[in-house]
Design a binder for this molecule. Sequence first.
Ligand SMILES: *[C@@H]1O[C@H](CO)[C@@H](O)[C@H](O)[C@H]1NC(C)=O
Length: 310
Amino acid sequence: MEPENHTTVTEFILLGLATNPEVKLLLFAVFLAIYTTTMIGNLLIASLVASEPLLHTPMYFLLGNLSFLDFCYATITAPKMLVGFLSRTNTITYGGCVSQIFFFHFIGGIKIFLLTIMAYDRYVAIFYPLRYMAIMNGTTCGGLVWASWIGGFVHSIVQVAIVVQLPFCGPNVLDNFYCDVPQVVKLACTNTFVVELLMVSNNGLVTLMCFVVLLVSYSILLAKLRAGSAPGRSKALSTCASHITVVTLIFGPCIYIYTRPFRSFPMDKAVAVLYTLITPVLNPFIYTLRNKDFKSALEKLKGKMPKLTL
Ligand SMILES: *[C@@H]1O[C@H](CO)[C@@H](O)[C@H](O)[C@H]1NC(C)=O
């Protein structure tokens, strides 16, 4: 047993994406625009789903929840990153760093479980159309959403519990724009082989297993849809296509980052930008641009707007 916890590092330095001041200013403008769009798009979807009776079905409830989570996810990393573009050195306290890791994996975990639930929802809708409403009733849907929050919490707290035990005795420069397990673990003044193995199995296995489940279920669904000739077929196909796009966008980078031992590769930061900031901004467009129900809900909202502002 160690008598004292020998953490001496009180803050970490985030190197960020660029060092050149002009490049930083340019990136600030670009990412401010992306983050603003993420906030508006996702909050709009979440509030449309909550307020519009037309969208009160399990599928849209799940989409609304996903949008809300995307908004949270971007909010964990983007503000700190934006501040970093405007300051010479971007530091984050030890506590801030640990909370960032916690929320990053908490929300990320929920998102991954939620995507798996969304696949289950489509599976029931396509294979048991007549019993769909009975199977995916409010209680089941709400229960599944709760379960994904609990799953995300467990997934995240396990990693945070390991990270806070690590001793940090000096090196404190993180080559990233937010705190995440791979970079932080590398700075610990101890042999981290076992820790890395635990982290890779936690993150890697969760993502890989959900991904395989999702791939298999969407393949079965697509096969079923191609064989059928039901009237709702093309709508179901386009729904599945947008789900598959989002699943690939989220899982591809996750698998790239987490299923290997923590060594850095040149593409790491680009991939991190992709899944922390680009995917959350794309989701609203992928789902809403092609969806009739969302479009008519938006039209309705626009109709109400003038009354609200006058
Ligand atoms: C999230 O899902 C729950 C349970 O289905 C639902 O009641 C709630 O309205 C959803 N939230 C949003 C923002 O869509």
